[in-house]
Write a protein that binds this ligand. Structure first.
Ligand code: FES
Ligand code: FES
Length: 153
């Protein structure tokens, strides 16, 4: 049976009628046309689908849309502010921390969750926090540099 859910998405109240099996990733990509979060593994392993739900990084492929009802969602499309790109977005560009870009929204949002929790993480803390995000292009060194730089180190 379908259910109508309400979610604040990138600061805007949205609602949608969803099936019990609809994933959060399907909701943002197919219903809200926010295609920054990507489908990779579909089993909560690669991090390509990462979004922030109530400030926490979650794998949207493995969260049901109904479980986000009443929640607050941030996708990569909502990260830049009126002043322009978020410091993490700028740092990823400046450090060349992407090639194809498929993994990039997930890495940036996971890194945002980290910096919100721990503004000055060590390299090991960055590596540990990003351990659930895979980059098939192998940009790990540059991603580490970018997060370090966004943290002001
Ligand atoms: S697609 Fe969700 S973790 Fe890989
Ligand atoms: S930049 Fe291509 S998968 Fe990471």
């Amino acid at each position: 049976m379908k259910k109508t859910i309400a979610v604040k998405v990138n600061g805007i109240e949205r609602s949608a009628e969803v099936e019990p099996r609809t994933t959060l990733l399907e909701l943002v990509r197919e219903r809200f046309s926010l295609t920054g979060a990507k489908l990779g593994c579909d089993i909560q392993v690669c991090g390509a689908c990462t979004v922030l739900l109530d400030g926490k990084a979650v794998s949207a492929c493995s969260v049901l849309a109904v479980d986000a009802d009443g929640g607050e969602l941030l996708t990569i499309e909502g990260l830049a502010g009126e002043g322009g790109l978020h410091p993490l977005q700028r740092a990823f560009m400046e450090h060349g921390a992407l090639q194809c870009g498929y993994c990039t929204p997930g890495f940036i949002l996971t890194a945002k969750a980290l910096l919100d929790e721990q503004p000055r993480p060590t390299d090991q803390e960055i590596r540990d926090y990003l351990a659930g995000n895979f980059c098939r292009c192998g940009c790990y060194r540059e991603i580490l540099q970018a997060v370090r730089s966004a943290a002001g180190r």
